[in-house]
Design a binder for this molecule. Structure first.
Ligand code: LLP
Length: 433
């Protein structure tokens, strides 16, 4: 019935998450409320780490892409699950640091890292810096020289795969702000430049071909292209690439029609390509890294709202307004992203109505979904939006000076606050009169 197996219905016909009544959470912590099931997150982590072990033995690591959802509590969970962490800004790095995350397990990404961010990464001793371009490489070498350090780097490579076209055709790949392309030689040039730098240790290469992908073939193709590139680097420059980071992008089920690939199927298919291509090219098997973000946290999260005004406009449509919206979830506005919606206090009632779910921001486009099937809704109902664990809180804003919602984590049937609800004081705290 639900898109995630951490959701169910209890005897009161209330939605439950991680076995906890969602309406009780709304009453206790207020709305809007982000709710995350920690047990489900850990289950997702273990699916990845187990299949990585199955197909690559000890020669691999799963990095959680923290852009999907970055809080100190989550960093602690990832640490306990023995995974690494992909961070993409000084802010994400600092969050991990304050959560006592092991710095050597951090991969620092980003297409335009500032000197300040690079200096922070060096001083904290992050494991790897994923270099995007030659401007960054030169600055990193200079910063390392100043501090008498050597940086272990991967290079962000465009493998020439457009995963958003259906048959993984190789077009448009150069037209991306991330990394350097193989086909015009800039990737090889960047590695050659790095090989001449005293403070750069060339460790690996990285690619990421897109997000919310439901097919295996683009991932297989990317792995093949990357191993071939590793072979070219070995042949042309005599440099051994020890790590291959294949990025994230694994799709999740937001709505019934979504059909994600099981992670062991993915791992099996890609490991086969990696091993076969490595043998063909006579390169020794690199350490493999993968960076799932969405598929670790999305299905573990829901957002709870209180229904406010309900407007029936005869012959036009019905609007149902909630006490949140684009400030806590901008994904419908940005991507027309679809979600499943449930009235958490009346899960048994037939969905005989359709509502366009509106937020409270002063903007017509502030919607969470259009013409959503629901039971007849009343003010005061609790509306749950499902599968909001990824890219909701992390993309939230204070638009209209709306304080961000609180976040609650559930484990073993118990709830705890992991992010406090923002107050009006929080909203003005950096203002100066
Ligand atoms: N690694 C790199 C280098 C990435 O750029 C990303 C996502 C990931 C890993 C994780 O990808 P995932 O497994 O989560 O698909 N805001 C958009 C998603 C942007 C993803 C950007 N990069 C959304 O809400 O759908």
């Amino acid at each position: 019935m639900f898109t995630s197996n951490c959701l169910s219905t209890n005897e009161k016909n209330h939605l439950t998450i991680g076995g906890v009544d969602a309406t009780g959470l709304a009453a206790e912590y207020g709305t809007p409320l982000y709710v995350l099931d920690e047990d489900h997150i850990r289950q997702n982590c273990r699916l990845y780490t187990k299949s990585m072990e199955q197909f690559y033995g000890n020669n691999g690591m799963i990095l959680y892409a923290s852009k999907a959802l970055c809080t100190m509590a989550l960093c602690k969970i990832i640490k306990e699950e023995n995974m690494g962490l992909d961070v993409v800004s000084g802010g994400e790095l600092y969050t991990a640091y304050k959560a006592d995350f092991p710095m050597e397990r951090i991969y620092f990404h980003g297409n335009n890292k500032t000197d300040e961010e690079l200096t922070l990464a060096l001083s904290l001793g992050v494991g790897r810096i994923v270099v995007d371009n030659s401007y960054e490489l030169a600055r990193l070498n200079t910063l390392c020289e100043k501090e008498n350090k050597k940086a272990s780097v991967l290079f962000r490579i465009k493998p020439g795969i457009d995963a958003h076209t259906h048959d993984a055709i190789m077009t448009g790949q150069i037209d991306s702000k991330f990394g350097v392309a193989i086909e015009n030689g800039e990737a090889m040039t960047l590695i050659r430049e790095a090989s001449l730098m005293k403070h750069i240790d060339i460790v690996g290469v990285h690619c990421h071909i897109g997000s919310q992908i439901f097919e295996l073939s683009p991932f297989e193709k990317a792995a093949e292209v990357m191993i071939n590139f590793i072979g070219d680097v070995q042949d042309e420059l005599g440099i051994t690439i020890r790590e291959l980071n294949l990025g994230g992008g694994f799709g999740v089920r937001y709505i019934e029609e979504d059909d994600p690939i099981a992670c062991d199927k993915y791992m099996e298919a890609v490991s086969k390509v990696v091993k076969e291509t490595a043998e063909k090219r006579s390169v020794s098997l690199p350490r493999i890294l993968m960076e799932p973000g969405r598929s670790i946290v999305a299905s573990a999260g829901i957002t709870l709202y209180t229904v406010g005004a309900v407007k029936n406009i005869p012959g036009v449509r019905n609007y149902l307004a909630v006490d949140g919206g684009m400030a806590d979830n901008p994904r419908f506005l940005l991507y027309d992203a679809e979600y499943d919606f449930v009235l958490a206090n009346r899960t048994n009632e037939a969905k005989t109505q359709r509502y366009t779910v509106a937020g409270k921001c002063c903007e017509s486009g502030d919607l969470l979904g259009r013409d959503i099937p629901l039971p007849p809704a009343k003010s005061g109902d609790i509306l749950a939006v499902l599968t909001t664990g990824a890219y909701n809180y992390s993309m939230s804003s204070n638009y209209n000076r709306i304080p961000r919602p609180a976040m609650v984590m559930l484990s073993g049937g118990k709830s705890r606050i992991v992010v406090n609800r923002e107050t009006y004081e929080d909203v003005i705290k950096n203002d100066v009169l």
